[in-house]
Ligand binder design. Sequence first.
Ligand code: DAH
Length: 349
Amino acid sequence: MITTELEQLRAEALASLEQAETLDALREWRVTYLGRRGRLTQVLRQLGTIPPEERPRVGAVANRIKDELEAAYEAREAVLKEAALAVTLAAERVDVTLPGRPVDLGGYHPTTLVLREITSAFAELGFQVVEGPEVEWDYYNFEALNIPRDHPARDMWNSFWLTPGGTEAERPMLLRTHTSPMQIRVMEKFRPPIRVVVPGRCYRYEATDATHESMFYQFEGLAVDEGLTFADLKGTLYAFARMLFGPERRVRFRCDYFPFVEPGCDMSIDCSHCGGQGCRVCGGSGWIEIMGAGMVHPQVLRNVGLDPDRYQGFAFGGGPERVAMLKYGIEDIRHFYANDLRFLRQFRW
Ligand code: DAH
């Protein structure tokens, strides 16, 4: 009898369902009993062999059992899924009361901080920020700046030549010793009125001490226009000094010599480390020189094809590390690039 067979299948299926402990086993159970080639289908195939008037009754029994097995399957699946979830939750339990792992924040280097302040101060005065190459031609670093080959003025800059040995004519490239070559590059590219400020790395083949490094930064400034005078230079640098150091800081200009300016000067600020008393940072003088400056030499203007009778310019160049030393009271420039985190972490923001 088919109905007996169906009842047996029902009992067997329900018993076997109880044994299914995992979702995989459960899926297998479904294929075995309810699948297209499963046990229930096999039994129902025999429906054709029984008398037609019996078929509705047997069919109804079969449907009831099928529904019952489906429902049992779903109930068992829900139980197993919940159990699996409970296992995962237990294994991946997070203790939200644990203290978090500290996030190590990076910070800006003091040179970067100060260079940003410097460039934005000059930007406020109408200067545009430009940058240039660190590997430079002799022509831009010296020649065009009115520092000819074999001229004693070259002794002011001890250079890292890129092609060692030989005569000067045979070593045309070097690591720039200052940002001044950008004066020439800018004047070759733009016509007056020009107002630029150039931050960048420079290199000198020198012994280091508390105020000298062989790699350091500079910021260069250049203004070229008709009718510029030394008063424009002083006014600009006074305004800059007030913006960076506050109105109470004292500023001093003295005559100085640089081959690419005439007249030339340097600008110092009273040493914030000792308050002007004299210390190791200021070399005992109470002043720290932060910039060289002057009126662009007529020969330099001629070198870029500008007529010095029509155009005048002023230029300045300074060391941001020295500015940072003044602002933050740092006593030795060698701290800057020694990569000591105890030093660098003081300047996070
Ligand atoms: N380039 C000079 C140096 O490195 C600094 C300097 C002096 C730049 C006078 C200037 C200037 O633009 O006018 O020593």
